[in-house]
Design a protein around this ligand. Structure first.
Ligand SMILES: Cc1cc2nc3c(=O)[nH]c(=O)nc-3n(C[C@H](O)[C@H](O)[C@H](O)COP(=O)(O)O)c2cc1C
Length: 185
């Protein structure tokens, strides 16, 4: 049993980043933590592949920027395709998602996402002996889809966000359990 299934549900997000040539990359992560409110800070943990650092982390280390995009139920197919490692390519095109510029970072948000957080790297923490790098970042900008944000509140239930219950089991906030085969390393 994967022990991380005991920490459930975990919010599923897709990180959008760009590499040094400006090529966008998108991949899902479920280790998002709210670390601080003033200023707002988040944390995410990145495992290492046998072949080395994941593209998302490489891009964050190269330019210090990323966007956290919340994943709604209707984004699940794109989410699992995004998890599959592929050669460098424009992931907005590959996944049929729409890029939308942010004001504070050079990476685009995913327009289909109910809400996005533009983030700037503050520090990394090496979690040796685990082959894991923990990223701490400041949230510079928050964009919420008009359909789900009013009076400063975010309607997470209405947005029907996706949460992970382990490795291949998921649930939507509105209560639909579903299963997707693992495609990633
Ligand atoms: C729902 C879900 C959650 C994931 N969470 C993480 C995570 O928190 N940390 C991590 O290193 N990989 C996580 N992964 C695996 C990455 O998405 C996967 O390794 C991906 O290929 C990375 O792509 P990249 O090389 O473009 O960054 C997750 C995958 C899925 C489907």
């Amino acid at each position: 049993m994967a022990w991380s299934a005991l920490v459930a549900p975990r919010p599923v997000v897709m990180l959008s980043t760009v590499n040094g040539d400006g090529v966008p990359n998108i991949a899902p992560f479920s280790s998002l933590a709210c670390l601080a409110n003033v200023p707002p800070m988040v944390g995410l943990s990145f495992g290492e592949r046998q072949s080395g650092v994941k593209q998302t982390l490489a891009n964050i280390l190269a330019n210090g920027e990323f966007v956290v995009n919340l994943v709604a139920s209707g984004m699940r197919d794109a989410m699992i395709v995004a998890a599959t490692p592929t050669p460098v390519a424009d992931d907005f095109t590959r996944l049929s998602l729409t890029p939308e510029s942010m004001e504070t970072v050079s990476c685009s948000r995913i327009a289909e996402s109910p809400a996005s957080l533009a983030c700037r790297l503050i520090k990394t923490i090496d979690l040796s002996p685990a082959k894991v790098t923990y990223v701490v970042a400041e949230v510079l900008e928050v964009v919420v889809d008009d359909a789900f944000g009013s009076s400063g509140a975010f309607a997470a239930y209405d947005a029907n966000l996706v949460a992970s219950l382990g490795i291949e089991d998921y649930v939507t906030l509105q209560g639909e359990p579903f299963w997707l085969a693992r495609t990633w390393d």
